[in-house]
Design a protein around this ligand. Structure first.
Ligand code: ADP
Length: 441
């Protein structure tokens, strides 16, 4: 326990000690020897305490100081008090650092603390994953020696951190990271890297989309414009056969534009749709019957053998207009992309308690490399042929969106020269068999 230190008390005790030594010296008639012995004993006592202090400070595991009295008790208590104060401060500091690190670990971004010499002082777990840093091996190493992208190095060295930069990830070339640097404290820097791959892709897709729509609309408009200019210059100069051909061409180009705009509207309606898929039951057999007669009309030129195998009891929860669009796109594609007199099988059946739809054709099939991109907007395997069939390149993009809305996924199984099978299934929760038909709205 702390008590006030008093020099008077210490000096008083010393005085009493020496008076006693003098009294004993006078009594024994050997004052000098007695005083020398008293001084030696005093010295030995202090050395003993120094020895104990040293042992306590360096060798003892005990926090509490050894028991003693007098000035040495005061010294021990003083050191003990300082130690306790330091320990509490260290604890507080440790808790603060722990909280900071936990916070930085919880960040959804990679974070690296860099000191005044550009050396790594600390990094979080995401920095190890996204930037490929190793911890603690990379502690103290220069960050620009570890993240070697030239654009990053230039950004880091020029020192203007007002704007972030976007660079490919050092661990995955398909990923784009946005680096931000924030100076703080004494010339320290906080480097934060965020995965912006999706945002970049969306931006690219938006640009591509606008470019594609403009391109798709420009081609038919150029054809129409060309004819109109010709007729405008000299309306009488063309024979009836030419006029018929020209009008036929203009009509087909106008239809193409109309269908493109319709498809675009369907696509944006589906994207913006807030309709819930599990509120209404769709009578799929009825929808397919309607599409079957449309398909028969479309099939007149090609004369395919089209076979519909439909389970009449099988229905699903969903959005009728969207599903109609998905079914018809797949069926009409099979008609368009199968050479004349082909065989097309359309199926609607129950499989493992889930409703499944498929369209199988024996057309030319699709090469493996196209499959992953087939549902992208405006993606076509063969642009020229697809245009000839009146295709806008949006059909499968619509199917994909409809299926995503219905928690499903398009599966494409295709072999060049043999044919293709486009299929998807609904979850068991959305599948309705027979007895639930009365719920139909
Ligand atoms: P489009 O409107 O041009 O038909 P889609 O998005 O419907 O566009 O289809 C994309 C491409 O996929 C088509 O251009 C075509 O090359 C290919 N494709 C679609 N269905 C089939 C099929 N049944 N057989 C072969 N190729 C197909």
């Amino acid at each position: 326990m702390y008590y006030p230190f008093s020099w008077w008390k210490i000096l008083g005790r010393l005085a009493v000690y020496f008076v006693l030594a003098i009294v004993v010296g006078v009594y024994l008639d050997n004052l000098a020897v007695c005083i020398a012995v008293a001084v030696t004993l005093l010295l030995l006592q202090h050395y003993w305490h120094l020895f104990r202090l040293n042992r306590w400070l360096w060798h003892s595991k005990k926090m509490t100081p050894p028991k003693t009295a007098g000035i040495w008790e005061h010294v021990y208590e003083g050191i003990y008090y300082l130690q306790r104060r330091n320990r509490n401060k260290r604890k507080e500091l440790g808790a603060l650092v722990k909280r900071f690190r936990e916070g930085a670990e919880a960040l959804p971004d990679a974070a690296v603390v860099v000191d005044a010499n550009a050396c790594i002082a600390w990094c979080n777990r995401l920095a190890r994953i996204e930037l490929g840093l190793r911890w603690p091996e990379d502690a103290g190493r220069r960050v620009d020696n570890l993240i070697r992208h030239p654009q990053f190095i230039e950004f880091f060295h020029q020192g203007n951190f007002d704007y972030p930069i976007e660079v490919t990830s050092p661990t995955n070339i398909d990923k784009i990271l946005e680096y931000r640097v924030m100076p703080y404290g004494e010339k320290h820097l906080l480097l934060v890297a965020r995965d912006v791959t999706r945002v970049t892709q969306l931006e690219e897709m938006r640009k591509d989309f606008v470019a594609n729509v403009s391109h798709e609309l420009r081609t038919p408009l150029t054809v129409l414009n060309g004819y109109l200019e010709m007729f405008n210059a000299d309306p009488q100069a063309y024979p009836p056969a030419f006029m018929q051909k020209a009008f036929g061409e203009m009509t087909s180009q106008t239809r193409r534009m109309q269908s493109l705009i319709e498809q675009l509207l369907i696509l944006s309606r589906i994207e913006a749709s807030a309709e819930r898929v599990y509120e209404k039951i769709v009578d799929v057999p009825q929808v397919l019957a309607a599409i079957q007669s449309e398909a028969a009309a479309l099939n007149q030129d090609k004369g395919h053998e089209i076979e519909f195998t439909v389970d009449p009891q099988l229905r699903v929860f969903g959005i009728e207009t969207e599903l109609r669009s998905a079914f018809s796109n797949l069926i009409f594609n099979a008609i368009h992309y199968t050479p004349a007199k082909g065989k097309i099988q359309v199926g609607w059946r129950l499989r493992n308690k889930a409703a499944e739809f498929y369209v199988q054709d024996n057309g030319e099939g699709i090469a493996e490399k196209h499959l992953a991109r087939l549902t992208e907007r405006f993606y076509r395997v063969d642009k020229a042929r697809s245009r000839k069939t009146g295709g806008s390149g949006l059909g499968l993009a619509i199917v994909k969106h409809v299926l995503t809305h219905h928690n499903s996924r398009l599966e494409i199984d295709s072999e060049v020269g043999k044919g293709s099978c486009f299929s998807f299934h609904f979850s068991t929760e959305l599948t309705v068999v027979n007895s639930h038909a009365s719920h139909q709205s």
